[in-house]
Design a protein around this ligand. Structure first.
Ligand SMILES: Cc1ncc(COP(=O)(O)O)c(C=O)c1O
Length: 340
């Protein structure tokens, strides 16, 4: 049985120089991770005292604000038949973090008054990275973690949409981090292809080690050359097509499943990172476990951050895999396990 989900294996660098999906390749600044991207923007905007973040987010989105000693508060984002966002910005807030979710369209509430009084909007486009509509016009900065989309060792990027240039100097990541992650990805490839006798725990431990190192050391680092080449040469159009096709199979196959609702109707899909589903009545974790028993590893977005932010999504959401590594048969297997 083929495993579905979790970390990427090592891949060949592709050579698709003509990708027009990515406006940012020529404008953006690649950095080590999404957290580094947020940190760099905050270092550039030294006057931010208080920021408003979505109540549905991950701790790593909050962390750079903590490190910069910026006070944070939250606007509600929760599930009520569909995703619901309410924004009422207090007068002492000078920065808004807007987040796209999963590559589906969510319209931004009216923030005209906030912009007029000089408020700064940072948009986290991690999830809309391959969307045709990647960001909102009112955003001043775009930040993204690119590690979620491609087989890279590390990777994030930021774009300034303001006329002033972002001033930053970043160091290379250490060789030991890069080689540990590269080795883990290589071992996973060998394990999945069955060509060698690799103990799964060896690469799982190496992946955990890399992720732990990253969480402690993301600050002030740039991307490595290998990851940059992967990102600059990937066939994004092909990846978009596969993801959208896979997503349609999941939507169709799960349509009449009584335990499952979709966080978004399919017509709001642009290019999905995952397909977020809602599993009520406390059954989410049981169903997730059943999928693991069938070697399908679906993440939860997200574990509750270490902050005072409330959203029912932390208990209800499960992210179904639909990425470019998988085909129609894999999607049918996900559907069968869920419907069985
Ligand atoms: C939406 C979003 N933004 C930013 C980050 C932080 O990115 P990184 O883990 O690359 O630092 C994450 C991480 O999970 C994320 O999900």
């Amino acid at each position: 049985m083929r495993e579905i989900g979790s970390e990427f294996c090592l891949s060949e660098i592709e050579s698709v120089k003509t990708s027009n999906v990515l406006f940012w390749a020529s404008h953006s600044n690649f950095v080590f991770s999404g957290r580094t991207a947020i940190e760099t923007v905050l270092r550039n905007e030294k006057n931010i005292k208080k920021a408003m973040l979505p109540s549905y987010c991950c701790d790593s989105m909050i962390e750079p604000f903590r490190q910069a000693k910026i006070e944070v508060c939250f606007y509600p984002v929760y599930f009520d038949k569909s995703i619901t966002v309410k924004i009422d910005i207090p007068n002492d807030v000078d920065c808004l973090l807007w987040c796209n979710y999963f590559g589906f369209e969510v319209s931004m509430p009216d923030i005209g008054a906030f912009k007029e009084r000089g408020g700064i909007v940072i948009e986290d486009i991690t999830h809309s990275f391959l969307s045709l509509k990647q960001f909102h016009e009112l955003s001043d900065y775009l930040v993204a973690s690119l590690r979620k989309w491609e087989p890279v060792l590390c990777g994030g990027c930021f774009v300034s949409r303001k006329s002033t240039k972002v001033d930053f100097k970043l160091d290379q990541p250490p060789e030991i981090f890069l080689s540990t992650k590269m080795e883990a990805m290589k071992m996973k490839s060998q394990y999945l292809s069955g060509t060698s006798d690799i103990d799964k725990n060896t690469f799982l431990n190496a992946f955990s080690e890399s992720n732990e190192w990253l969480a402690e050391n993301y600050s002030g680092l740039t991307i490595d050359e290998y990851s940059k080449q992967i990102l600059l040469n990937a066939d994004y159009q092909k990846q978009r097509n596969i993801r959208i096709n896979n997503a349609r199979i999941l939507y169709e196959g799960l349509e009449s499943n009584q335990d499952i609702s979709f966080l978004f109707p399919i017509h709001r899909m642009d290019c999905p990172l995952f397909i977020p589903i809602i599993i009520a009545n406390g059954k989410r974790d049981v169903i997730r476990k059943k999928m693991i028993d069938n070697q399908i590893y679906c993440p939860v977005h997200w574990p509750h951050p270490n902050a005072e932010c409330q959203s029912n999504l932390y208990e209800l959401e499960l992210s179904l895999i639909c990425d470019q590594r998988y085909n129609e048969d894999d999607m049918q297997r996900i559907v069968e396990v869920l419907n069985n």
